[in-house]
Every structure is written in C-alpha cells, then in structure tokens.
Design a protein around this ligand. Structure first.
Ligand code: NAP
Length: 347
C-alpha cells in the first residue's frame, strides 16, 4: 500500500512539472482571474469533494459568497480551511442527498438565512456502489446524483435571482444508455436485476441534461439560464474510491487526464463567463459548446421525464406543491397534467 502511495506521489510530482495546460485546458483559477463576483452568491452541492471544493476555492477568491451544501459539514470546514485562501465568505449547510427529508430541512434552513442565490451548481455525485435503496425507496445513485439535487433546486425557487445560472455537473457518459421511448419509474430508479453502477450513473447524468432543456423551456421569457458541464473524464477524485478497480483505472489515467484544478474549469466557466450571458440550454465540455446525445436534447422526452420526476417527488414528500410553489409551472402544469406534447413549446 505504501508502495502504491509512493508511486502515485512520484507520478504527480513528474506531472506537475509538465506543461499539460495546452492540451488539457486552463485551470478554473486562471479562468476567473478577471472576474469580480462581489455581489454574487453561489450554492454548490458536493463542495467537500475534489472538484466542488476547487470550484468553491476559485469563486470565493473572486469575492463570491459560497453556500456549501455538504453531507459532512465538519469535513467541509476542515478542507475549506486547508484549501481556500478566503474563508469568510463561506457558509455551510448539512445535506444528505440520500434523504428527501434532509434535502427539505436543508432548503428550509437556507430559505430562512439567505436572501438571494445567483448561481446554483448541482455538483454532488456518487459512483461505483453496489445496488442500494434509500429511505425514500429509490435507487441510491439516481437519488443522490440527480433527484435530490433537483428537489433542492425546486425548493429554493423563492430566492433564486431573476438572472440565476443553474449548472448541472454532467458527464459525457450520458451518451451510453439505451433509453426507452416511454420512461417509467424503473427506467430511472433501477431495480436490482437491471442494475449496474455505470448504468445508474449514466441515467442520473442524462436526467440532468433532459431537465436542463425542460427548465430552459420554462424560463424562456426570463433571464434565468441553465447549463450542463462535463468536467473531464477519469479525473482522479473521490468518485472512483468505492471500488479498488476504478481507483486503479483512474490512477493509471492520471497522465492523460485533467487535474482537479482543470476539471473545475468548465463548471466555473458556466457559472461566471460573460460570454454566456443571454445563453441557456448549453452543454459544455472543455469550456466549449458541445453537442449532447440526441435523446438528451429531445424536448418531448424532457417533459416526460420531468413529469415522472415530479410524481416521484410528490409521492414521497409532504406538502410538495405548497413547498415548491415558487416553481409555479410545476404545480399548474403537471398536477393538472395539462401539457400536451404537441404544444409544449408554447407553455
Ligand atoms: N471525476 C471525474 O472523472 C468526473 C467525470 C465526469 C463527471 N464528474 C462529475 O463531477 C462532479 C464532482 O465529482 P468529483 O469527481 O469531484 O467526485 P467526489 O470527489 O467524489 O465529490 C463528490 C461530492 O459529492 C458529495 N456526496 C456524495 N454523496 C453524497 C450524499 N449522499 N449527500 C451529500 N453529498 C454527497 C461528496 O461528499 P463527501 O465529501 O461527504 O463524500 C463530495 O463532496 C460529479 O457530479 C461527477 O459526476 C466527475
């Protein structure tokens, strides 16, 4: 084991002397050097992890207030103190994404303490787990990576700025999924017999892209925007640590892949770039527009998946419609089930 750690240490030392910037893109810090975020507040999930923590560091460096929604607040505080040069603008909220009750409690606390959120980064994720069901009777990866974070966004509708930017941390792996034309509960929350963690992960990322298109359609007459960002592939982070084989693969890939500092760049670009002003529903990779899979940009499918998601949430949470009333379109259109696939562009 110590031999393994030593080799990884040496590998990182060699790589740090190599100029990979040109090939693998800029760091997030370099991207925001000219940006001032003094009056902005960003909410980020999974801020105690590798890419999330780096995003937090870069935004707080540019005077942004960062609301860190983390599973383990103690860990987040220790890591933030160790990594972030400026910690006065960081606030910490506890959230466990395997529990919709925890999400609601976190949202209620944020609603009482915060006035406005300008940027939302839905970044938390897990991967490589054996099949497991949460207390809400949902497959864990789907709930953590997508559903709970979407619920958090819905709950915070009241304090989202009129020009809020919402960013789903996405993945190129969203392409690798056979998606049915009529998705059901089991299409998103996989039963044990259909489960692999890669499949569940890809589904969660596809849902993020689909809901990006749904939201951008809903927000068409506003200044609100929504993006999906792929940070890079095989970035060695906590994501690969649930199974030794993934950890070995990601370690092997280090020389060919982005560092965590580079992995944070596309997300930070989506959150801050003036070039994206007035844009919405864009999927980005390497800080550039990228074409998502055909199914991911299918607007009709985005409405179907949205309905499915809302019904799953409504069945599992108390006072759902009351609590998310600031996302009024959800209440009026889905509850009454009055959208019609031939006129979805209009409503
Ligand atoms: N690494 C890659 O190659 C890669 C590639 C494509 C996309 N991405 C995406 O990039 C994003 C960041 O991932 P990462 O690579 O930085 O992974 P990471 O180091 O594992 O970070 C994941 C974060 O999510 C949090 N999280 C996990 N389960 C949670 C739960 N139940 N409740 C609350 N928070 C929870 C973790 O909290 P703890 O600190 O408490 O564990 C951690 O802060 C993810 O959306 C991932 O899908 C990564």
């Amino acid at each position: 084991m110590s031999n393994f750690i030593w080799k990884e240490f040496m590998l990182r030392k060699i790589l740090s002397k190599t100029d990979y910037k040109r090939i693998l893109g800029p760091t997030a810090e370099a991207l925001v050097r000219e940006v001032n975020l003094a009056d902005k507040t960003c909410l980020i999930t999974g801020a105690s992890g590798s890419i999330g923590l780096e995003i937090t560091r870069c935004l707080s460096l540019r005077n942004c207030n960062v609301i860190m929604a983390c599973r383990n607040v103690y860990k987040a505080k220790v890591l933030a103190k160790r990594n972030c040069e400026i910690t006065e603008r960081l606030t910490f909220y506890q959230i466990n994404l395997t529990s919709l009750t925890s999400v609601k409690n976190c949202a209620e606390e944020i609603l009482t303490k915060e006035k406005k959120i300008d940027i939302v980064i839905l970044n938390a994720a897990t991967f490589g787990l054996p099949w497991a069901i949460t207390e809400d009777r949902l497959e864990t990866i789907f709930q953590v990576n997508f559903l709970s974070q979407y619920y958090l966004l819905l709950c915070l509708g009241k304090i989202l700025a009129s020009d809020v930017r919402v960013i789903f941390t996405s993945s190129e792996s969203h392409r690798n999924i056979n998606w049915p034309s009529s998705p059901s509960f089991e299409s998103v929350s996989l039963p044990k017999e259909k489960y692999t963690s890669i499949k569940a992960y890809n589904i969660s990322k596809l849902c993020g892209l689909l809901l990006m298109h749904y939201l951008s359609n809903q927000w068409a007459n506003s200044k609100k925007s929504v993006f999906c960002a792929h940070p890079g592939s095989f970035i060695k982070t906590g994501l690969c640590c649930n199974w030794w084989a993934y950890e070995a693969l990601y370690t092997f890939m280090i020389p060919f892949c982005k560092s965590i500092k580079q992995g944070a760049s596309t997300i930070v670009y989506c959150a801050t770039s003036p070039e994206l002003k007035g844009e919405t529903a864009v999927y980005l990779n390497n800080c550039k527009r990228c074409d998502e899979s055909d199914i991911a940009k299918d607007l009709r499918m985005s409405f179907k998946v949205h309905d499915l998601i809302i019904n799953i949430l409504r069945e599992r949470t108390e006072n759902f419609d009351e609590f998310i009333k600031d996302f009024s379109h959800v209440k009026s259109n889905v509850k009454n089930n009055n959208y019609c696939t031939s006129c979805i562009y209009q409503y």
